[in-house]
Design a protein around this ligand. Structure first.
Ligand SMILES: [Zn+2]
Length: 212
């Protein structure tokens, strides 16, 4: 079973992914991790990607797709795709790669949250710079104000969680995702979950139901 998680920043996609990993033994395939790994290991694709990144340029699809394809050779089941595919071309490439390996994307789950809710969540978000856990000024306070419960590091807000930047991020996400939503809907794989006000736990159970 392979799934793609779609959801705007603040939709709970990250924590949902964590649940699928810890409770269902799924593996997250994130392009961020693949980039870091390929660059650290100085693979041909990693070196190539680094050139574009150093120049502040978008890494072309064929490089990103190549890294994904390499990864899939050894691991192509029980995956949660997060942040890939980002475009229709990548989605089509992914379908072909999986088909060659005799597998496929089973479901694409879109976590829908109203924009006002996203806005409130993101403006109140606090992040631990050390362990990357996230908190919230109102809904998920740390035990001691501004201090991480797990490692005592001082929490920070992310620069792109500033209110003016958030509206832009949500817009960008919506534009990007609209294409993927149409693509997977046409393939009969899209499931839209309305997760407004749902806890991480409740979202997880909804997803389990979809997958069963
Ligand atoms: Zn921490």
């Amino acid at each position: 079973m392979n799934i793609i998680l779609l959801g705007a920043p603040g939709s709970g996609k990250g924590s949902t992914s964590e649940q699928l990993i810890s409770r269902k033994g799924m593996t997250q395939l994130s392009t961020g991790d693949l980039f870091r790994k390929n660059i650290a290991e100085k693979t041909a694709l990693g070196l190539e990607a680094q050139k574009f990144m150093n120049a502040g340029k978008y890494v072309p699809d064929e490089i990103t797709n190549g890294m994904v394809e390499d990864y899939l050779q050894t691991n192509h089941d029980n995956l949660v795709f997060d942040g890939f595919p980002r475009t229709r071309a990548q989605a089509e490439a992914l379908d072909k790669m999986l088909e060659k390996l005799g597998t496929k994307i089973d479901k694409v789950i879109y976590l829908h949250v109203d924009e006002e809710v996203l806005f409130d969540r993101l403006t109140g978000r606090l992040i631990c710079p050390k362990c990357k856990r996230s908190y919230h000024k109102i809904t998920r306070k740390p035990q001691v104000e501004w201090i991480c419960d797990f490692d005592g590091a001082e929490l920070v807000t992310r620069p792109d969680d500033a209110p003016d930047k958030i509206a832009t991020r949500i817009d960008e996400y919506n534009n990007l995702t609209a294409t993927l939503i149409n693509f997977y809907q046409a393939h009969g794989k899209l499931v839209i979950l309305d997760v407004n006000g749902l806890s991480v736990e409740a979202i997880y159970f909804d997803i389990e139901e979809v997958l069963n």
